[in-house]
Design a protein around this ligand. Structure first.
Ligand SMILES: Nc1ncnc2c1ncn2[C@@H]1O[C@H](COP(=O)(O)OP(=O)(O)OP(=O)(O)O)[C@@H](O)[C@H]1O
Length: 638
């Protein structure tokens, strides 16, 4: 080997960030049954380091210093009981080693640690979602040494980072003849199975075959005299060493697709589905896109990591290329490799490029097709997808006008049909169950499933057996402002006034309603006087069965739920006065009519307040409500 590790000055001992200590502990205890993944993680880092160098060298070719054959090497030493993974990639300076190997800079770190339960089985699952990375070396190693020299810096400015994976690590300046990083693992007792060329090759082929760079090991030959494999002074490549996405689909096994996903997505779990296509013609690009099984920790983080890596003619250009997919598909992970962009493309150029627009449209369509296929042919998988990413996909109804109709078909909702909070009903299911004469898709919205599904507005729908979609995700109201109908059937809130159920009522019912309205006119007038400015209108309704009253707003006004959301977000929302609708058939309304004039005002206010509460609203003066309620209860008992 051409590298030395003679310290040229004293070393420094530094402490790990608290989370690193926790992660190390967790990893060693929970991933023990799958320990060979350390090799995948270290090879993956080596490959990323080479990609980074190749990218920096586009503008600074001198960084190569004549050595352009990027490769990864894996060696083992039976006597020392070590395994070394080395690369001639970008390398690290002292500060980079301290930052990258002593802390966890990833977004979502805090959420991750707050979710840990102490139950190692559950935590092992979580750690998979978090991605394990470099620290997985400590699953098999009692000590890890990282010798690294950043491309472009002097031989004397290399760094030696060492740790036993307890609370701290040391860094010392050293010399290193060539650029890149060597990670040496001093194996724990009992891990000798990895000190074997055959075993290492097997693990590499299994987990790292998709790596596009050559992974080399020393050739070995059987020595009959010694009766053992003897290493030769020659390197051989043990993987296919071609970028996976450039291979033809028929040459790639599912296992290879899955391993590649784990490499690029930093996920420990298999993906849910993927799509791999080469587009030729006016624009030329290859896409290999995956849908993960779990939502990443930073899905709702504005600065969260996006998942698509951009390559130009096989050269890695950037992670996180957010222009390649619309925001509502931010959960997709994968690679897009294009021949249409220059190697020195910047994020700014990406933003304006027509070619990028074409890729984005093409990729969105591919993902939507993949989802349609899942929904159609693997409904259980689709349900899994929906639980994890449904809320994000709903954003698409507003964000992607061109694909709005396709997205609408992919949406799933809770509904009164199944009376369950599970979002499993599509618009098509709903339309298929519509009653004769029904031309609208009805929905009710609220802060939670419980609040929405207990809304008094639902009573008449339940009575008539009309299905209503129950919407309670934060994004729903926003989505509804873009999605007004589905295949010509208007999406209609049942909490808005002017609900036209007439077409579904028979003649007798209509007559009955008209008579009642007439009979109760005087009561309505009294209520209007009593409530004054508090309400926009008071009227008799046929939509209630069990409740005495409810509040509604006009069709073109903001729903009370949306208004509360706007207020909670600190936005100015116009004041909307409610319309109070009363159920003349309710016993309480009968009681009111007979109440002495002095009590009538109290009853009126109580009726309005309880209708507001039932609908999920807040009362301006809750204490007054309680006092009034108690007084009337006492009177009733008297
Ligand atoms: N061989 C290497 N060459 C250069 N830098 C490296 C190498 N290995 C690790 N690093 C640096 O250390 C950082 C931390 O590595 P680590 O594997 O823990 O996390 P990651 O690769 O960013 O993400 P993940 O944990 O999901 O794999 C890397 O992002 C990189 O900057």
């Amino acid at each position: 080997m051409s590298q030395t590790d003679t310290p040229v000055s004293s070393s420094e001992t530094l402490g790990f960030q608290a989370e690193v200590k926790q992660l190390l502990h967790l990893m060693i205890h929970s991933l023990y049954s799958n320990k060979e993944i350390f090799l995948r993680e270290l090879v993956s880092n080596a490959s990323d380091a080479c990609d980074k160098l190749r990218f920096e060298a586009i503008d600074h070719p001198e960084l190569f210093q004549g050595d352009t054959d990027l490769r990864i090497r894996v060696e083992f030493d039976k006597d020392q009981r070590t395994i070394t993974i080395s690369d001639n990639g970008i390398g690290m300076t002292r500060d980079e080693a301290v930052d990258h190997l002593g802390t966890i800079a990833r977004s979502g770190t805090r959420e991750f640690f707050s979710k840990l339960t102490g139950d190692s089985q559950k935590d092992a699952q979580l750690i998979g979602q978090f991605g394990v990375g470099f620290y997985s070396a400590f699953i098999v190693a009692k000590k890890v040494s990282v010798l690294s020299r950043r491309a472009g810096v002097a031989e004397t400015e290399a760094v030696m980072w060492e740790s036993e994976g307890e609370g701290d690590f040391t860094v010392a300046p050293v010399e290193k003849a060539d650029r890149g990083t060597s990670v040496t693992l001093y194996l724990r007792d009992g891990e000798d199975e990895f000190l074997n060329g055959w075993k290492l090759r097997e693990v590499l082929r299994h987990y790292s075959d998709h790596i596009s760079l050559p992974i080399q090991m020393q050739k070995e030959e059987w020595d009959a005299e010694k009766a053992e494999q003897v290493k030769k002074n020659e390197w051989e490549t043990v993987n296919q060493a071609s970028a996976l996405w450039t291979r033809s689909k028929s040459d790639i096994t599912d296992e290879q697709y899955k391993e590649f996903y784990k490499h690029i997505a930093h996920d420990y779990d298999d993906p849910l589905a993927w799509t791999h296509n080469r587009v030729e013609g006016r624009s030329e690009y290859t896409q290999l896109l995956y849908i993960p099984k779990h939502a990443p920790m930073d899905l709702w983080d504005r600065d969260g990591r996006r998942g698509v890596k951009l390559y130009v003619k096989r050269v890695f250009i950037m992670d996180d290329a957010e222009q390649l997919l619309p925001n509502y598909l931010r959960f997709v992970r994968g690679v897009i490799d294009t021949a249409d962009l220059p190697l020195n493309v910047s994020r700014e150029i990406l933003q304006e490029s027509r070619d990028v627009r074409v890729i984005r449209e093409g990729s969105s369509k591919r993902i939507l097709s993949l989802l349609e296929d899942l929904a159609e042919n693997q409904p259980e998988q689709y349900a899994e997808f929906w639980t994890q990413f449904g809320q994000v996909l709903k954003e698409g109804a507003g964000e992607d006008a061109a694909n709005k109709d396709r997205i609408a078909k992919l949406l799933r909702f809770a509904s009164t049909h199944g009376d369950s909070a599970a979002q499993t009903v599509s618009f098509a299911d709903y339309v298929g169950r519509m009653k004769e004469g029904q031309d609208k898709i009805y929905y009710v919205s609220g802060e939670s499933y419980a609040a929405a599904s207990n809304s008094p507005h639902l009573e008449i729908f339940r009575k008539k057996g009309l299905e209503v979609l129950v919407l309670s995700d934060r994004v729903d109201e926003w989505m509804l402002s873009y999605l007004r109908d589905f295949e010509g059937k208007a999406l209609t809130s049942i909490a808005k006034g002017g609900l036209d159920l007439d077409q579904l009522a028979d003649e007798d019912e209509k007559k009955h309603q008209a008579e009642i309205a007439e009979t109760f006119k005087p009561l309505v007038e009294r209520l209007k006087t009593a409530l004054g400015e508090r309400v926009k209108e008071v009227r008799v309704t046929g939509r209630l069965v069990d409740s005495p009253a409810c509040v509604v707003v006009d069709q073109n006004e903001l729903s009370p739920h949306l208004m509360r959301m706007l207020q909670a977000a600190g936005q100015a929302a116009p004041e909307v006065k409610p319309i109070l609708e009363i159920n003349p058939e309710h016993a309480l309304i009968g009681r009111m009519q007979d109440a002495p004039e002095a009590d009538f005002n109290e009853w009126a206010l109580l009726l309005l307040d309880q209708a507001m509460l039932a609908e999920g609203g807040n009362l301006a003066d809750p204490a007054a409500f309680v006092k009034r309620l108690n007084r009337l209860l006492l009177n009733a008992g008297a």
